[in-house]
Design a protein around this ligand. Sequence first.
Ligand SMILES: Cc1ncc(COP(=O)(O)O)c(C=O)c1O
Ligand SMILES: N[C@@H](CCOP(=O)(O)O)C(=O)O
Length: 425
Amino acid sequence: MSLNLSADQPAVPDDADDGVWLECIECGETFAPFADVRYTCDECDGLLEVRYADLPTFGDFEGQGVWRYTAALPLEEGVTTQEGATPLYEVPRLEDEIGVEALRIKHEGMNPTGSFKDRGMTVGVAVAKELGVDRLACASTGNTSAALAAYGSRGGMETLVLLPAGKVAAGKVAQASLHGARILEVDGNFDACLDIVQELAAKGEAYLLNSLNPFRLEGQKTIGLEILEGFLSDYDAVPDRIVLPVGNAGNTSALYKAFRELVQAGALDESEVPKLVGVQAEGAAPMVEAIENDADEVRRWDDVETRATAIRIGNPVNAPKALPGIRETGGTAISVTDEEITDAQRDLAGEGIGVEPASAASVAGLRKLRAEGVVSDDERVACLTTGHLLKDPDAAAAAGSDPEPVPAETNGVLATLASENSSDQ
Ligand SMILES: Cc1ncc(COP(=O)(O)O)c(C=O)c1O
Ligand SMILES: N[C@@H](CCOP(=O)(O)O)C(=O)O
């Protein structure tokens, strides 16, 4: 099986349920979608994708948010807190400074729990209910755990999250905790947590809701659909390029699937599909390594480090879906330093957009690619910012300026205002 853009719509197998089925991206084996719990192929362990007998075009969408795109989703309703419909901000100063025809920021930090994970969970948790499971679990660098805890509690289900000890931003742990998840802090990195959660899921201890779960990625497809609709409405054309931070590579896979389905439905010409550009932190860049080396597989990095803790991931499990997404769209992958990430975080904040460090990687990557001449000045680009500033208050405080102590009287305040701001020097 190849995930190419011009692949024909597959024949509907006998095990389809109401025109929906699961299919292995490696060997093509098909499975009924809601009869049993499975995350990968029984035959070859390949990744699974949800397939549809009928694919929608733009005219088939109505309403707002993730569930506007019901025609492109496996269920008609989810466990919802009104996720999606996030802003597509204009950033005139950054657009000017980076030097592209148009730059828009799709700010996924404006979702209910402050990250794009809500789009996946509204679908994934609803499928879990359909399957009749009681305990949901994930490994997480923070945002998945916050979203799982919130949507699990909304669905009245037990949630278990495994976090790398000491490597998750404070806001995210607080969210998972208050929404009632049982939090286990693992003495290991995210990839080790995911190995364990996969084993727990295989033993039937919990239903896995990381992005290995094909249903979760269906919800995340709606990011791509919203970006395309936003650009069509404002520019009468889809973006030339979408730049996004990459960790486990779920979004890259999901956006590519959204575009492939539009091409198959005849709603988008193959030549119009936006180039997908993945950005990783230098200290955690296995996807970039694979793209640069033209490799078929991604090598697992055992030691990963970056200030952008959300993308501190060395073994992107969705690589077999994401590598074709980058290559088939004519995109690329690039790594950026932590300093470049923080600079971009400050620049976005300077346009009133508060993002966590991992999110700013997209803008840092675009800036670098523009400077290298890979992106040209006539391009219209969307950068995805994946999580809100308040997710990681420590990183925000470190990137911002320090408060200045003043006495509790006006003259003292005036004297301080008249002096140089020492934190600006
Ligand atoms: C804020 C943030 N940005 C980016 C990513 C990376 O997304 P993906 O795993 O879909 O590549 C994650 C988590 O993985 C995240 O939490
Ligand atoms: N950044 C992620 C890492 C896990 O990714 P997932 O998409 O596979 O759940 C997180 O927030 O935990």
